[in-house]
Design a protein around this ligand. Structure first.
Ligand SMILES: CC1(C)CN=C(N2CCN(c3ncnc4sc(C(F)(F)C(F)(F)F)cc34)CC2)S1
Length: 494
């Protein structure tokens, strides 16, 4: 049993955020592999005490970081929970005694048994999207886990049973496991979304699911042990209620993400870098790189390691620009996000990213157009052809996302804000945008290299005009508008 080491014990009872950070430092820097179950129980207990605590708990506000704002977390409490987790896992599978020195690799049957052990010990019915259901503390004290938490628990369970080959695989809205000697086997271990039959035990989407954003064209983040620690740290939820965060929990998450960043464990984890960027925007750490640099690093990580098939790095960056009234830059980020989604087919499992694009197109962009056409705008984006080009690329990506998909994306609700936005640009501004038509090679979406480079589809041409490459031979932005309008009208009459 991995579990406790003397140094861990020496750090108990945990009375401060600093002590939690020390335990993570020890597991990340001085052990062969961090103990996922132990670390998840500890952060889950700390998060629970600071966000779900009894309202009349003593609210002495001494320095929460160094001294004791935390209700003291005893070694015994953690040990009982850890042993309970180990007993559940041990009871679920009769792992053959390690009589050989040969490394034992997990089998699909083993992974399914561990997933069943977690699955069958969950409460019968509870609100799955509630906050603070991601940790083993929630699982072991309340028998509740969210969909990420189930996947994480399976990986932690396999680690506790000695299977070092089982690792967490993450897309932008789903989690599963990889295992086997070369980490080539995959298995579903949790559910996804609402009302979908779970596919636990099955291999990851081979068929039509493989073209959906949910499986990121088979470019998931495949975690190391330390990246699984980064996933549990990213999953820390500081929310006290709908409007407030528990400061100490956000501080703990931010410090742990910097620890993981410095150790290089976020390099291939764009969303974790984006999470750190969001935390730094709220409360920057002196001496650290700025949040806008972190958002750029997340994008270059997705481009370097995941073939630019991830959307969220661009929406992290776009959201930052939007909140800071850098509207032209926001348009560019959202156009780049759209260049990613255009490579996929829209499937019913992609609701989360659909809602993301819907909010950008129908809330954020209309808000920008409203404040920018109020006459007091500083950035006068309505005079900039590159802004018009970015918006065309943004909308065109969503149109292309829909093309070839079994499920439609656009409906009349999209057309009004779209036409309203485009018509805010005067004709002499629009005239400066050259629509350059590319002959599409006609093969599947994923092979369109020209579409994948964020800059290839909206660039300066030789006479300094802005050009945007079009898939078909639509010769002008009016045709794009007509194409969208006619599609929507035909749909409306249908
Ligand atoms: C630009 C945004 C709208 C701001 N926050 C975003 N998040 C917040 C953090 N987040 C994440 N941050 C780190 N790691 C993961 S793994 C994961 C997941 F695969 F969906 C899972 F595991 F099923 F939940 C999600 C996620 C999901 C995306 S995207």
């Amino acid at each position: 049993m991995a579990g406790f080491r003397d140094i861990d014990r020496a750090l108990f009872p945990i009375k401060s955020i600093a002590a939690v950070i020390e335990i993570f430092k020890h597991h990340l820097e001085r052990t062969s592999e961090p103990d996922l179950a132990l670390l998840s129980i500890i952060v889950g207990a700390v998060e629970n005490s600071l966000t779900c605590g009894r309202p009349n708990a003593p609210q002495q506000i001494s320095d929460p970081i160094e001294s004791s704002r935390l209700p003291s977390l005893e070694y015994h409490t953690v040990e009982v929970l850890y042993n309970k987790f180990y007993a559940i896992m041990k009871g679920a599978v009769d792992v053959p005694a390690k009589n050989t020195t040969k490394t034992q690799y997990a089998t699909r049957e083993l992974v399914k048994k561990v997933s069943d052990a977690v699955w069958n010990t969950l409460s019968r019915s509870y609100y799955k999207d509630r906050a603070h259901l991601q940790s083993l503390f929630s699982y072991l004290t309340g028998n509740k886990l969210d969909c990420f938490g189930v996947a994480f628990a399976v990986v932690a369970g396999c680690q506790a049973l000695g299977f070092a080959d089982v690792h967490l695989a993450l897309s932008e809205d789903h989690a599963w496991v990889v295992f086997g000697e070369f980490s080539t086997e995959t298995a579903e271990v949790t559910w996804h979304g609402k009302g979908n039959e779970d596919k636990r035990g099955q291999e990851i989407g081979k068929g039509v699911a493989a073209r959906s954003w949910l499986y990121v064209n088979n470019k998931p983040v495949v975690c190391t042990r330390a990246m699984e620690v980064a996933a549990l740290v990213s999953a820390i939820n500081p929310s006290l209620n709908a409007t407030h965060d528990a400061y100490e929990v956000a501080y703990l998450q931010q410090e742990l993400l910097w620890l993981l960043y410095d150790l290089g464990h976020l390099t291939k984890y764009p969303m974790a870098i984006g999470n750190l960027g969001d935390l730094e925007e709220i409360s920057s750490t002196s001496g650290r790189i700025r949040c806008d640099i972190l958002f750029r690093e997340a994008i270059s990580s997705a481009r370097s390691y995941y073939d630019n098939m991830h959307v969220y790095p661009y929406t992290y960056q776009g959201g930052y620009f939007y909140r800071n009234k850098m509207y032209k830059e926001a348009f560019e980020s959202w156009a780049n996000a759209s260049d990613v989604i255009r490579k996929y087919n829209y499937s019913r499992d992609d609701e989360e990213i659909y809602k993301e694009f819907l909010e950008i197109a129908n809330e954020l962009i209309p808000h920008i157009m409203k404040v920018e056409s109020s006459g007091f705008s500083a950035s006068c984006i309505l005079k900039k052809p590159e802004c018009f080009a970015y918006l065309l690329r943004f909308y065109d990506g969503i149109c292309q996302w829909e093309e070839g998909s079994a499920t439609p994306v656009l409906h009349i609700g999209w057309a009004k804000p779209l036409v309203n936005t485009i018509s805010k640009f005067d004709s002499e501004v629009r005239a400066q945008v050259n629509i350059v038509c590319e002959s599409s090679p006609g093969d599947s979406k994923f092979d369109h290299k020209a579409q994948t480079n964020g800059n290839a589809t909206s660039c300066l041409n030789n006479n300094n005009n802005y050009c945007i490459s079009e898939k078909e031979n639509r010769s002008s932005d009016n045709e794009l508008i007509h194409a969208i309008e006619s599609k929507v009208i035909s749909e409306e009459s249908a």
